[in-house]
Design a protein. Structure first.
Length: 387
């Protein structure tokens, strides 16, 4: 009886002392408990190579501007190059890119990552960027530590976690190419990522390195996983249980279906199939249902006519003589340009989709809440309100 009592006390103490393990301490066989889900709050930026260009701009926008504190983590790089001089140059790269409040955080010791002193910069940060290199090094240092727990807390307060290459793969729950002896083995001696998206394996440099068939090595053994492959120059912005594709290249999906945009059809694939499909910039995906988000599957707001009036008026295309008009007909908002009229559906109070398409308009408001511009990102158009 005394032995049982001691075991019970040890169990209670272990759950009290290490509460983060309930959330993040999964082994590679227990990743399918809750399906594929993204972070409830915050945003993930996951790219095929590194955080630059439109992805850096998006990160800067989401964290709230240049003065927001960020943490950059170069741990995936080889220890041979991680000198004090390298770390300072690494920091300056971000400073020169427009970030004014940068902390470089690195350790090879998970015990250090489990200290209050080490995690203090993460507590104050609005964004974290994980470097490229070898993803298992990120896992060795941070998996199931206080630092790992703080990454989740950063998301919970609306922060942003970004990473490309190794910094992309580490964000998944299954660690693709996690073998410490080489990056060509898909299932190696490290199989658990940081799990910002649950029940997923993420590969990178996909088409550039002709890796598009490698994911099946994982899925043959772990068919419950969702596979996502991201090429160089492409990336996904993950919010909640969905993501949107950005960039010039493609994201490859391994979800047991084949989606044809041309036919607007999703085909269920037979077991053992080696098929996949690609998504391009602007395409959206539902992680929970494992399906492409189309116009037909989107959820739109129901706005009354008096709520739609603020969008109405004449607009002029910036640096051109073309004009357009937003107007209400039969209780819906329409966009009229060049003798063509398009019905608009509100996803939010500032974003409207063109009927039957993935094309959307973003309305911009001034400090007084008045609509002053309408942006069409897919066409790189800015329409300025004339009245």
């Amino acid at each position: 009886m005394e032995k049982i009592r001691k075991i019970f006390i040890c169990f209670i103490l272990s759950t009290a002392l290490f509460p983060m393990n309930d959330l993040i301490g999964q082994d590679s066989k227990s990743l399918n408990v809750n399906g594929t889900i993204g972070p409830e709050k915050g945003t993930l930026i996951i790219t095929g190579d590194w955080i630059h260009g439109i992805f850096q701009d998006k990160f800067l926008e989401l964290i709230g501007g240049a003065d927001a504190p960020i943490v950059v983590i170069p741990t995936a790089s080889s220890s041979e190059i991680l000198s004090d001089e390298f770390l300072e140059k690494y920091k300056q790269r971000f400073v020169q890119s427009g970030f004014n409040n940068v902390t470089v955080l690195h350790t090879r010791d998970p015990k250090e990552a489990n200290t209050d002193e080490f995690i203090e910069p993460i507590k104050n940060a609005m964004g974290v960027i994980f470097s490229g290199g070898r993803q298992w090094r990120h896992a060795d240092s941070y998996l199931n530590t206080k630092a790992h727990d703080e990454f989740f807390k950063l998301l919970d307060r609306g922060g942003v976690i970004a990473g490309g290459s190794a910094g992309a793969t580490i964000q998944g729950s299954y660690l693709a190419r996690g073998d410490s002896y080489g990056n060509t083995k898909m299932m190696g001696d490290h199989e658990v990522g940081l799990g910002f998206i649950k029940n997923v394996a993420i590969d990178q440099h996909l088409l550039k390195r002709n890796r598009q068939f490698d994911m099946f090595e994982i899925l043959d053994n772990r068919p419950e996983l969702l596979g996502i492959g991201i090429d160089e120059g492409a990336g996904i912005i993950v919010k909640g249980d969905s993501f949107k594709v950005l960039g010039e290249s493609y994201v490859v999906m391994y979800d047991g279906t084949r989606w044809s945009k041309e036919r607007d059809t999703i085909y269920k694939l037979p077991k053992g199939s080696r098929e996949f499909y690609t998504l391009k910039s602007g395409d959206e995906y539902n992680l929970k249902t494992r399906s492409v988000i189309t116009f037909e599957t989107k959820e739109f707001l129901s706005l009354k006519e008096n709520e739609l009036k603020k969008y109405c008026g004449d607009y002029k295309l910036a640096e051109a003589n073309t004009t357009s008009k937003f107007l209400i007909e039969d209780g819906s908002l329409f966009f009229r340009v060049n003798d063509r009229t398009f019905r608009l559906f509100p996803e939010s109070e500032t974003r409207f989709y063109v009927q039957g398409t993935t094309i959307y308009l973003d309305f911009l408001l001034n400090s007084k809440g008045k609509i002053v511009k309408a942006l069409i990102p897919s066409h790189k158009e800015t329409w300025e309100r004339m009245d």
